[in-house]
Structure formats: C-alpha cells, structure tokens
Design a protein around this ligand. Sequence first.
Ligand SMILES: [Zn+2]
Ligand SMILES: [Zn+2]
Length: 167
Amino acid sequence: MSGSSPTIENFPKPKFITGGCLCGSIKYRADFPEDHDFLHQSRSCQCTQCRRGTGCLFYVAHTVPLGNFTYLTPTTTLKNFYATPGIQRGFCSNCGSFLYWRHESRDEIAMAVGTVDPEFLSDFGFALANTAGDNVWCENEIKGVTDGMIGKERGIKWATDSKGVRM
Ligand SMILES: [Zn+2]
Ligand SMILES: [Zn+2]
C-alpha cells in the first residue's frame, strides 16, 4: 500500500481475503460481513499451546463467522489437532502450516493471519492484524521481545485468557 500509514481511526478494509498453507494443498477464502468489526475481531495469543502450534512467539488471529469461511480446494490434507478438548487447531498434514483455531461450540473461526495471501496482507494487513481486540496470555510475554509488540496502546491485554485476570 502506498500513502499514509493506517491508523485505528482510518484503515483500508477488505471485502474478502484468500489464504492457504505453505504447500498450496489447502486454500481458503473469508468474506467479511457488512458490519464486520475489524478491530474487535483482531486478537493475539502467547500461550504455550499457540507457541508450539505456530512455531511463533505469538499467534495473530482474525475471527470471522464460520459460514463466511470457505475452502477453495479439497481438504484432504487438513487435520485438526486437539491440545485442549473441543478446541480445533487446523493444520496441513503435508506442509505443517497452522491455519486456524476454533472452539467447536462457537460458530466462528480464528484464522491464522500469517497464512493470508501476501497481496491481501500488503493491502489489508492492518485490518487483519491490528490486535485491537483481546490479547491473551500476556503473562508469557518474552521481556524485551514480545512485550513491546501488542496490547500497549490498543486492545485489551489479559494476563491469562479472556476470562482471567486483566493486567
Ligand atoms: Zn500444505
Ligand atoms: Zn493460545
């Protein structure tokens, strides 16, 4: 994107995005509802499960209604891992890409923003990854590394999960 940097007050919003895994076996599309809240639906997690699952110090998620998320390919290599009962961590069994987190009792899916196609990330990365929603498990922050990255000036920073103690 050219021009000024996006801010919380003013940033470009996509109508849809596409994404996929590293080997290309799984591609998906998310269409955003008319009234989609790009700030509240952008979250992060620094729990040990998300760290191990993604291989990254924090997981940047963007949540959409389940009905707005569709696959553009067969899902023969898609597998769910359950680190916690009832919580799916979707990944490609061919290349290992972590694609989403999903609570089975909720009609929504938290896409792993790192798997969004680069042309959408370059234009709409702020809309997807602003982390102005809940930022959980901040008690696991790595001092001097992840503690300056999220939840400082925007979003809600939780010590544990969003039902736990607020920092
Ligand atoms: Zn793959
Ligand atoms: Zn987590």
